[in-house]
Ligand binder design. Structure first.
Ligand code: COA
Length: 259
């Protein structure tokens, strides 16, 4: 089902590349239900369109995404697997064509975990990645509980996921979460150039190569997305998360003493 159009996600297709731009900069590109639905729709269209050979996900020079919209989490927590956020995660995790990302500034929560499903990631030297799920009374999503330990090794994953402390572009490069660090003002253009290089290659070879590289991984990833999603949905409505979200909206520190 198509979502109502939102200007918060811009979709532009040119030279075989569909570019998806997070365009809610006044709210630090935090993602609403409408934005997840628009992203999932755009990915589905890009998958079906034979003229599209690669997709680029980009944000602003100063911020990639502050993660899920916290007001949405409070008002309409996504408790059902059919919620737009889970549809977006399933779509990006199983997306068969190459996905490129350009990341500058903060990439919080799903702003970082969606990158685990991209093939090439270019980061501005101002990029700051964080997985603050525990700090919000939540658990990992997007199969990050599976993919982050594989990528970072268990102990560094524990630091990222249990402490939830941000890590910068250099650390992300070191562990292989990003391909290259570039000046923020050039990041989107460099990622676009790489996406167009991919789009000039034969589609069948791109599809088969990505499929072979991901063989045996997509199913466990989709299973983990569902398993995490069920726990995440429950935790969203529990006292610790409610306190964390309310504290953010009230611009104060959370008090977890009763949680
Ligand atoms: N959901 C809803 N609104 C958000 C948001 C989010 N995740 N992140 C930022 N905003 C809003 C702020 O409420 C603020 O709105 P206002 O101008 O109406 O007061 C505006 O965006 C600017 O945010 P601000 O915090 O003032 O910007 P900053 O540059 O000082 O900090 C971040 C940027 C990303 C570090 C900070 O906004 C942040 O930590 N956001 C929350 C991240 C988070 O916990 N996400 C959930 C992950 S599951």
């Amino acid at each position: 089902m198509s979502a109502p159009p939102t200007q918060d996600i811009l979709v532009h297709t040119e030279a075989g590349v569909t570019t998806l731009t997070l365009n809610r900069v006044d709210k630090k590109n935090s993602l609403t239900r409408a934005m997840y639905a628009a992203l999932a729709d755009a990915l589905e269209q890009a998958q079906a369109d034979g003229a599209v050979r690669a997709v680029l996900l980009q944000g602003d020079v100063a911020v990639f995404s502050a993660g899920n919209d916290i007001a949405d989490f409070l008002e309409r927590p996504p408790t059902d697997p059919s919620a737009p956020v889970y549809r977006f995660l399933r779509t990006i995790a199983a997306f068969p064509k190459p996905l490129v990302a350009a990341v500058c500034g903060p990439a919080v929560g799903i702003g970082t975990t969606m990158l685990l499903h991209c093939d090439l990631v270019y980061a501005g030297d101002n990029a700051a990645f964080s997985l603050p799920f525990v700090n919000l009374g939540l658990c990992p999503e997007a199969a990050s509980s599976l993919l982050v330990p594989r990528l970072l090794g268990y102990h560094r994953a524990a630091e990222a996921l249990l402490l939830g402390e941000p890590f910068m572009a250099e650390a992300a490069l070191e562990v292989g979460l990003v391909n290259r660090i570039v000046p923020p003002t050039e990041c989107n253009a460099i990622a676009q150039m790489q996406a167009r290089k991919l789009a000039a290659k034969p589609l069948a070879s791109l599809l088969e190569t990505k499929r072979l590289m991901k063989q045996g991984l997509v199913e466990p990833v989709l299973e983990r997305i569902a398993e995490e999603g069920a726990i995440f949905a429950r935790m969203l409505t529990e006292p610790a998360a409610r306190e964390a979200f309310t504290a953010f909206m009230e611009k104060r520190k959370p008090d977890f003493s009763g949680c």
